[in-house]
Design a protein around this ligand. Structure first.
Ligand code: GDP
Ligand code: IMO
Ligand code: MG
Length: 433
């Protein structure tokens, strides 16, 4: 099998992965989410109807696609149920098309309480979906996996231990009262499990054995990766290509022939706290936010906006070994007379061209910009490269030259059909698009 495609966020999330995964799922049999949880918000607009997927693999919107929730995800069964119900209401039949790993961990109601409490003390602006605490429990060996739900006695004991541990944290560390009751949590968990238990499977085995074509859908982005991102202002999973193997249970070699695509916005956004060297705090930033509709798909928070950071993007190319970039939201820059890109950082008189680990450097460095001429023409919805003004193409070429990888596709609007292929994806048939 040679049809493995990986779609990753190349910035701080919200690059437009949902739209791209939806588009490319048309030519794949299986879409796999493998890290993160309902902190993700992947937007797709099909025939004027908007879908925002949080836990479900975006490919599920296509009736031929099998969606897979792999072991690296943390699953909130209540959110899953809501999301499945909302698909049903919109006429999407997912029966028999969703698999959930028996090794995936659960986000429990008390994880969301802890997320809120942790945010009160030195918070980083999480989505409050319980993601950090669920991964803390997993790596602290206190987690509950879907496989544990089959053994009710064991499940009860695990919940009992967790609730007592969480109560201590709430009351003794945060001096807050805590209202969870073991029986209630136990029953609530079994109730939601009942609705999805037929979907629980050995997903790694399925992925190893299948001859089907696979699309791996990253959530968040490389700069939010717990190891490679702007730690501690990151999410709690490996949201770069580093998460593929542990997130699926597949050996690293399985991905050696995968085609790796990074999705990047034509500018930069970030939601939540943390360093953001090219952030525009004044009017220009607001203008980008208004033009790009930059409000979180999961929390509705205004996204921080700034010029394209090529130092960070090149780092993402290297960390993920990207074969190509898909550039989204180029249309948002249509009305700017001048468009800037950051080509280096300056810190204490020194020029830095490689993305640093140090928070101190990232927080205090100044971006070194290269200014490019704007195109002052409407590119929204363009479907042919001939419709693009030369300055817009120069902008794209500059990105290719700086990062050393081709921009294989441009997204020119939020709708499924608004895109232009600039290069063909090797091995992956795209002719029907
Ligand atoms: P994701 O988390 O990476 O899937 O991205 P989000 O869905 O959170 O945010 C991307 C936003 O940009 C959504 O509102 C999309 O509908 C929208 N979008 C995606 N591609 C384009 C594009 O090329 N142009 C414009 N104007 N909007 C886009
Ligand atoms: P998609 O998949 C953008 C950010 C949060 C916060 C940090 C940690 O839609 O691109 P968490 O709730 O994960 O513990 O929060 O990560 N964050 C995202 N930012 N897009 C996302 O997902 C994000 N998921 C988490 O804002 O700064
Ligand atoms: Mg999003």
């Amino acid at each position: 099998m040679d049809r493995k495609l990986v779609i990753l966020g190349a910035q701080w999330g919200d690059e437009g992965k949902g739209k791209i995964v939806d588009l490319l799922s048309e030519n794949h049999d299986v879409t796999v989410r493998y890290q993160g949880g309902s902190n993700a918000g992947h937007t797709v607009i099909v025939n004027g109807e908007k879908f925002i997927l949080h836990l479900l693999p975006t490919g599920i919107l296509h009736s031929h696609v099998v969606g897979v929730i792999a072991q690296g995800m943390v699953v909130d069964l209540e959110v899953l149920q809501e999301e499945l119900e909302s698909l049903k209401k919109k006429g999407i039949d997912y029966e028999g098309r969703l698999l959930i790993s028996d090794r995936a961990h659960l986000v429990m109601p008390y994880h969301k309480v802890l997320d809120r409490l942790f945010e009160k003390k030195g918070g980083i602006g999480t989505t409050l979906r319980g993601i950090g605490p669920a991964y803390m429990f997993k790596f602290g060996r206190k987690g509950i996996r879907l496989a544990d739900l089959e053994d009710e006695k064991r499940l009860y004991t695990l919940i009992e231990e967790n609730v007592s541990f969480v109560r201590d944290i709430c009351e003794k560390v945060f001096c807050e009262s805590y209202s969870f009751n073991v029986d209630e949590v136990f029953e609530r968990t079994l109730r939601v499990y009942e609705n999805c238990k037929d979907m629980v499977a050995d997903v790694s085995r399925y992925l190893l054995d299948t001859e089907k074509s696979l699309l791996f859908e990253g959530a968040q982005g490389t700069m939010l990766d717990v190891d490679m991102g702007t730690y501690p202002y990151v999410t709690s999973s490996n949201s770069s290509a580093l998460g593929l193997s542990n997130g699926t249970g597949l050996p690293p070699k399985f991905f050696s022939d995968a085609y790796m695509v990074g999705v990047a916005k034509a500018y930069t956004t970030r939601v939540g706290g943390g360093p953001f060297p090219t952030e525009l705090k004044g009017e220009e930033g607001e203008r980008l936010r208004d033009l790009g509709g930059e409000y979180g798909s999961t929390t509705g928070r205004p996204r921080r906006c700034g010029w394209l950071d090529l130092v960070a993007l090149k780092y993402a190319v290297e960390v993920n070994h990207l074969d190509g970039i898909i550039l989204t939201k180029l249309d948002v820059l249509d009305s700017f007379e001048e468009v800037k890109v950051c080509v280096a950082y300056e810190y204490e008189g020194q020029r830095i061209e490689h993305f640093p680990a140090s928070l101190k450097v990232l927080e205090n460095c100044k971006p070194v910009y290269k200014s490019l001429k704007g195109w002052l023409k409407d590119t929204r919805g363009a479907k042919d490269v001939k419709e693009l003004p030369p300055n817009a193409l120069d902008y794209v070429r500059f990105i290719e030259e700086y990062t050393g990888v081709p921009v294989i596709m441009l997204s020119t609007g939020p709708k499924r059909e608004e895109f232009i292929w600039l290069r063909e994806l090797p091995k992956i048939k795209v002719s029907s698009l």
